[in-house]
Ligand binder design. Structure first.
Ligand SMILES: [Mg+2]
Length: 160
């Protein structure tokens, strides 16, 4: 039986570095702050294709992108030939931090998708805190990233 591999999108298999300047830090609401950034994801190039195209595994995609961008995300995956069984996205206006969000997504696999956690070969994400969460859940978490630009902290603010 084929095992499953969990993949993140932004800065894991999608190179989002070029659109990070489109994050609008003036906006308090994350849906508005990241709207242009997410909208532009159609033009990302695929990275880490060796893992994204590995047909030995079924792919499960966990992304913190809101479902508002589902159509563009599915089309991007299709065009780059990233076959996947499951794509789970953040609900619109759900501002749960990524670690907790992906912990919940992980629990949904056995509950709603018939995928047992024991059948997951590995889980890839660019964020060390998310990878640590996977490890705590008994999953083989692996850091996989494209670049070192952070999309979660305002570059215009001095570090405390
Ligand atoms: Mg990411």
């Amino acid at each position: 039986m084929k095992k499953h591999v969990i993949l993140d999108l932004d800065n894991c298999i999608a190179d989002d570095s070029w659109r990070i300047p489109n994050i609008n830090w003036q906006k308090a609401n994350p849906m508005e702050r990241y709207h242009d950034y997410h909208s532009l994801s159609a033009w990302d190039r695929l990275c880490n294709a060796r893992i994204a195209h590995d047909t030995r595994y079924h792919h499960v995609i966990f992304t913190a992108r809101p479902v508002l961008y589902r159509a563009v995300t599915e089309e991007w995956l299709r065009r780059w030939g990233v076959f996947h069984e499951v794509l789970i996205m953040r609900n619109n206006e759900d501002h749960t931090p990524s670690v907790e969000l992906k912990r919940r997504m992980l629990q949904w696999l056995p509950e709603h998708y018939g995928i047992e956690l024991s059948n997951i070969e590995a889980a890839y994400d660019d964020r060390p805190d998310v990878v640590e969460m996977y490890k705590q859940q008994g999953i083989n978490g692996q850091i996989l990233s494209v670049h070192d630009v952070c999309a979660y902290t305002n570059p215009n603010k001095e570090a405390a």
